[in-house]
Write a new protein. Structure first.
Length: 328
């Protein structure tokens, strides 16, 4: 039986990846911060077969201990402070967890494996936010990185550290440069879930508006459930490498609003949407669109859920949840 250790198991990616690996017969361990983590119950409810370990990406000894207990064949480092807006307010903490945490995870694997660093395969969750002030459209594995947030800078550090450990120690360490990927499990602070939740509440008469920032920002949005399969496929390759994972399409916040409100029968969404400068980024990333040709060619991966279906899935999920909460 293959064994895997997932950091960041409480996030949407961690949950979908856990489901995928369990379906493939893996023994799955999930690393979680703190003994009283409020998301522990969520993990136990959705993926009860995951064995939960406590640890922290900023604590090297806890990572080594987790490796000794789980004895994994594969490590998926998904743990991070991942909300971009938060990273400006807490740049140092973001750097420690999202950046230096990758170094700790890599070093823990190196120390654990002793004389054969390649025997544990390592996945690093890199991000399209590393492209920031984009230097080419679309963005591929060879596009110059120009991050525009503390989160993006921290991800660049982790990305290059993964490459460095691969080249220095022969580790089977791959990075997935994932473009925005969403799902009904996305946190409500992220714009897609903020919109789907607000649309559900507005349609039920619970709220009368939603407040957003830049409506013209464009992103390449895919479904998180599709993207975790790409992570797994990377670690099944003979050679480690880096891959852009994307839909190769770009959509604006306005398009997101149009589809989401249409899902509940509202054609004119403008009266329900407010803008506030507080939700504008200090340095905006205006256009992100990936070129996932390499992943499609070498990994045989391609997205199954496209943008309209993703938006519909999220709105319908939030409608069901809000109706249940409201007793409707």
């Amino acid at each position: 039986m293959a064994r895997a250790l997932i950091t960041g198991v409480t996030g949407q990616d961690g949950l979908y990846l856990s489901e995928l690996l369990l379906s493939k017969g893996y023994e799955v361990y999930g690393l979680m911060r703190g003994q009283n983590n409020p998301k522990r119950a969520l993990v136990e409810a959705i993926v009860p077969d995951v064995k939960i370990l406590t640890g922290d990406l900023t604590d090297l000894s806890s990572l080594i201990r987790a490796l000794e207990i789980s004895r994994p064949d594969e490590v998926y480092n998904l743990g991070a402070i991942s909300f971009v807006a938060y990273s400006w307010e807490n740049a140092a903490l973001t750097s420690d967890v999202t950046g230096r945490g990758v170094l700790n995870a890599l070093e823990a694997v190196r120390l654990y494996t002793h004389d054969d660093p390649s025997k544990v395969r390592f996945y690093q969750a890199s991000s399209s936010e590393m492209f920031g002030k984009v230097q080419a459209v679309p963005q591929s594995e060879n596009t110059l990185l120009w991050p525009r947030s503390p989160y993006g800078v921290a991800k660049v550090f982790g990305h290059y550290m993964t490459i460095n450990y691969r080249e220095s120690y022969g580790m089977h360490a791959s990075s997935g440069i994932l473009f925005n990927h969403e799902s009904p499990r996305r946190g409500p602070e992220f714009v897609t879930r903020k919109v789907s939740q607000a649309v559900a509440r507005i349609s039920l008469g619970i709220d009368d508006s939603v407040t957003l920032g830049n409506l013209d920002a464009r992103r390449d949005w895919g479904f998180a459930g599709d993207y975790v399969e790409a992570m797994w496929r990377m670690l099944q390759q003979d050679e480690a490498d880096d891959y852009v994972i994307s839909t190769n399409e770009t959509h604006s916040i306005r398009e997101l609003l149009e589809l989401a409100f249409a899902e509940v029968g509202i054609d004119d969404w403008a009266p329900y949407v407010k803008q506030d400068p507080r939700y504008m980024r200090p340095a905006e990333v205006d256009l992100l669109i990936g070129d996932s040709t390499k992943a499609r060619t070498k990994l045989g991966w391609e997205p199954k859920v496209h943008f309209p279906g993703l938006v519909s899935m999220m709105v319908q999920s939030d409608l069901a949840e809000q109706k249940k909460l409201a007793g409707l």
